[in-house]
Write a new protein. Sequence first.
Length: 256
Amino acid sequence: MSYTPKITVVTVIYNAENTIANCLKSVSAQTYTNVEHIIIDGVSNDKSLAIIEANKAVNVKVFSEPDTGIYNAMNKGIEKATGEYIIFLNADDCYASPTVLNNMVDFLLLHQLDAVSAGVKIYKTGNKKPYRIYKATHFKKWMFILGHQPPHPGFLCSKKAIVNNAAFKDEFFNEQFKIAGDFDLMLRLIYKAKVKWKTMPIFAVNMLYGGASSGSISKTKLLNKEVLQSLKNNHLLSSKFLVYCKYFFKVFQLRG
């Protein structure tokens, strides 16, 4: 690879002392070297910042200040990124192998893309066998009307495609959403703005099960309510029935 564009990995954290060291190590272990890792901390009151300081590489930049929510923090990450491409990595997740970023950049440049999606494996705490496997190649654009989306931790996108895009007039992630901001951002990029995007048949991230959109019935209801609002905002016709149909597809991701 003769051209090595700079990649910004953005990690948003708040009280992640149990997982942030593994996250940092998985980024520093990448064979792709033109990487900056930006940590957006919401003023953690545990040992997160001390652990970051003890484990951070020279390419890690830490910003610790109050935020108004996860999508406010993620928007700060986009603003502070100096890379040509951006990817988000949660504080309790890590890359599936040291060659993930290298493979994603190779694929993106080969196909002259603005963005690329790779798959994720989802694990429950303490389990070595994945609970769910989500192959990015299984996603098709029409699935947005079901509230389905490409796996967001495996989404590498040109910063220019976001900040210079008419689909993002006021803000990047819609901070009105509590859970569905990832869905909304990818919907606007892939479906509305029609950026040059493909899926690729690798797994990028090992995710820890949980997070803002996983778990309780109340979270599921809020997620789907916000998904329907995002679809409406972007003039896509759907319904509560269609949005709940996405769980049919998720059954095939379960690994027991």
